[in-house]
Design a protein around this ligand. Structure first.
Ligand code: HAM
Length: 418
């Protein structure tokens, strides 16, 4: 094959696309019930925006951004995530948003990261993300996570469990970092190259190392919770309390750090065992400094993003995608020139009456038409042969029940099952 899709990207074929759209629509319904409104931002932005927002020492910025110079010599990046763009849009359109105390936005679209492709990890992948800007209340953290849980439960994922933790704030983060550094110092010679480089540059990220050898040395890592300042600790306890009130299952994962540097206080992930190594289907948290870092007033915010490619994989593993299939109701098979003409008129009328219908374009074989009907998984094959033309009737085959009957008018055909 001369041309194939770029490594790490894929074509989403019709069956998956159909399930995908139904799934996204269901999610959006829930988001709108929680008062989130859609925002659409460009797929590329100034590279500097992501460097600033996501963090210079993160893998995303250091290794994974698709960066290019445009014809005006500006450094651009394909967006690796949505939060930075939404915050940029929030600040740029501030007069539009400023009257509301809390602005709740969602977005849906492709993101790009130059990662090593593997199951569930792509270079172009899709997220639905939410950003709730303007409140530091632990109710907002809890409510947004409850919404995430509700999304997965309504899609049929029964056992949703939130891994949650607090990464502290400007006051206690340095203490946490120092605690980790002083523990890691003694084990550093045993750790991988990435850990060594993170030791100076971003020690919290050492906790995120997936190298099995490094993991064996992490057992005695200090508990970050004990280093949280009073405000962060109270906030964390508040969030957990509200999750419990909402009967949400969670576990405190004191090694949870996220791949983006803008988080403060709460961070969380929702994972699925069905996914293997890349097991996070949703991740997010609070980012109370980002808006000020990008030039706005200090404004607290909380958000998350769901990976739709991974969500689809989970739904598929659970057999839930089989239930969501597109179905065309009729395939109209017309024999000869006259039969084809009637078939053509019939499908047009059916579609105008909002009934899904397809025409079989070959005019000389009922058998081929019926085979096509099975492939298309239509409910009914409708035959218009010589006898039907003479009698102005339609022979209808119910393919599921394997029954055949005759209807004597178009109105009768239209009213089948209606
Ligand atoms: P993230 O954890 O980097 O967070 O991505 C969120 C989700 O996107 C992941 O849990 C995963 O399902 C999916 N995902 C990430 N990378 C890939 C990939 N290479 N292939 C397939 N799926 C992937 C963020 O992006 C934050 N902006 C979330 C957020 C919003 N935090 C606050 N607000």
């Amino acid at each position: 094959m001369k041309y194939t899709s770029p490594r790490g990207t894929r074509d989403i074929l019709p069956e998956e696309s159909f399930v995908w759209r139904q799934t996204v629509n269901k999610i959006i319904n829930i988001l709108e019930n929680y008062n989130f409104s859609e925002i659409q931002t460009p797929i590329f932005e100034s590279a500097d925006l992501f460097q600033r927002a996501v963090g210079d020492t993160t893998d995303i910025v250091e290794k994974e951004m698709y960066i290019f110079k445009d014809k005006g010599e500006r450094m651009m990046a394909l967006r690796p995530e949505g939060t930075a763009s939404v915050v940029r849009a929030y600040l740029q359109n501030y007069t539009h948003f400023q009257k509301k105390k809390v602005t709740k936005l969602f977005y849906n679209g492709p993101m790009f990261r130059y990662e090593r492709p593997q199951t569930g990890r792509y270079r172009q992948f899709h997220q639905i993300g939410v950003e709730a800007i303007g409140s530091s209340s632990p109710f907002l953290d809890a409510e947004t996570m409850v919404m995430g849980t509700q999304i997965f439960q309504e899609l049929g994922l029964k056992d949703v469990n939130i891994a949650i933790h607090s990464v502290g704030c400007d006051v206690c983060r340095p203490v946490i970092k120092e605690k980790i550094k002083s523990y890691v110092e003694s084990i550093l010679p045993n750790l991988c190259e990435d850990c060594v480089s993170r030791y100076e540059r971003n020690p919290l990220r050492i906790l995120d190392c997936k190298n099995p050898n490094c993991q064996t040395f992490f057992a005695g890592m200090p508990d970050m919770n004990s280093a949280l300042c009073k405000e962060c600790n109270d906030h964390f306890l508040g969030v957990i309390n509200h999750l419990e009130e909402s009967e949400i299952k969670y576990n405190v994962d004191s090694h949870l750090v996220r791949g983006l540097d803008y988080y403060t206080k709460t961070v969380f992930e929702i994972r699925s065992d069905l996914l293997g190594a890349q097991n996070a289907i949703c991740g997010g948290g609070r980012y109370d400094n980002l808006i000020a870092e990008l030039g706005g007033r200090k404004t607290p915010a909380f958000g998350f993003a769901i990976g739709i490619d991974r969500l689809y994989m989970v739904l598929n593993e659970l057999g839930l995608t089989k239930e969501i299939q597109k179905q065309t109701k009729f395939l109209i098979i017309g024999l000869g020139v006259k039969g084809q003409e009637i078939a053509f008129k019939t499908v047009l009328i059916l579609r105008k009456r909002s009934i899904s219908a397809e025409m079989f374009y070959k005019d000389n074989s009922i058998n081929d038409g019926l085979k096509e009907a099975l492939l298309l998984k239509v409910q009914y094959a409708v035959i218009i042969g010589e006898d039907e033309i003479d009698a102005q009737s339609y022979t209808v085959k119910n393919l599921k029940e394997k029954k055949q009957f005759t209807v004597n008018s178009l109105e009768e055909l239209i009213s089948i099952d209606n």
